[in-house]
Design a protein. Structure first.
Length: 330
């Protein structure tokens, strides 16, 4: 069984509770009859769900990494989304990860655009911040690889300065492989006639750049994407309200609880634990309007075990763990 088919079969229960969640089979043709909730031409496809280091993580032989290495069905690509306009046949990548070569194929195949001799690059890339899992995939658009021409990169002004001022990224700018569009915070930006997004600042370790989250709006629905945040309390917005306003929320699920981090100073953990988020967002999950999934899972995460207690608790409380191939029609 291929890894995505396996995840789809694991996700049977979740699919039942989510009317606009499709099976995640990216070979699904546009001619296939549309299910309830799939009536729009705007699709967000999950391309990866691991923290920056991926799963398995290099050189790590912890329980989760061992399982992922022994059986590919348990491995996870690094957190990223494809935002797809099925009508215009355009796709955009939200966060350029070190796994972008595989992820780019997943997005391209979903659009059924594969033709011999054709090159594949997205119509734009949106970036959250400059930690390794979120932007280093840009290198494959440069001189040594596909060598795009003025591919649009949407990011904050600090991210623009970082890319323009530091090699090897500055070469992408100099050779015009990419063209950087500086985003205005809190302002809606139109990506295609039917897709827009609104970027906002989130608190997170800001060594090189600030960090953005995004609200992606389609024809009928909104998706909230916050893969990296210090804590919900430190955020200027209310996570309860923001989640409630969205139809789907993909949120920072880096760690499940302090149990997976023995000996670590908890005050220095720069992410909300999933266990905390289950409490904070309890009412929103119970109201049932917003589907909430955790993404950006660290290799230590207790929720990575599909048969484990952590996963059971998350699902019993009406939340989910995001997985590669999941699709949301917006
Ligand atoms: Zn990250
Ligand atoms: Zn590990
Ligand atoms: Zn980060």
């Amino acid at each position: 069984m291929k890894r995505r088919d396996f995840f789809n079969s694991c996700l049977g229960g979740l699919a039942g509770m989510n009317i606009f969640f499709s099976s995640g089979k990216h070979r699904l043709s546009l001619k296939d009859s549309k299910k309830e909730g799939e009536e729009t031409n705007v699709l967000v496809k999950v391309l990866g769900t691991a923290q920056d280091g991926g799963l398995p993580q290099i050189g790590c032989y912890c329980k989760n990494c061992l399982r992922a290495r022994e059986d590919q069905r348990f491995s996870r690509l690094i957190s990223s989304l494809a935002i797809i306009d099925l009508e215009e046949k355009k796709y955009f990548i939200l966060d350029a990860t070190p796994d972008i070569r595989t992820q780019s194929d997943i997005a391209f195949n979903r659009l059924a655009l594969r033709k011999q001799g054709r090159k594949n690059s997205p119509h734009g890339v949106l970036l959250t911040h400059a930690h390794i899992g979120h932007y280093t995939g840009l290198m494959f658009y440069g001189y040594e690889a596909v060598s795009t021409h003025k591919m649009l990169v949407h990011c904050s002004s600090r991210m623009k300065s970082f890319l323009s001022g530091n090699g090897p990224w500055s070469q992408l700018v100099r050779l015009e492989n990419i063209s950087i569009h500086t985003l205005s915070l809190e302002k809606e930006f139109l990506l295609t006639p039917r897709i827009s997004f609104t970027p906002f600042l989130v608190p997170h370790r800001n060594e090189y750049t600030d960090t953005l989250g995004f609200i992606i709006s389609g024809e009928k629905r909104k998706l909230l994407y916050v893969p990296d945040i210090q804590s919900w309390k430190a955020w200027s917005r209310s996570v309860v309200e923001e989640t409630r306003k969205s139809d789907v929320a993909l949120l920072d699920g880096t760690f499940y609880s302090s149990e997976e981090l023995p000996g670590r100073d908890l005050s220095k953990i720069g992410h909300p634990f999933i266990k905390t988020s289950l409490k904070t967002l309890k009412n929103v999950a119970e109201e049932g309007k917003t589907k909430i999934y955790f993404t950006h899972l660290n290799h230590t995460n207790l929720a990575l075990d599909p048969g484990g207690e952590a996963r059971k608790e998350i699902e019993e409380k009406g939340f989910g763990i995001a997985s590669e191939g999941m699709e949301f029609f917006l």
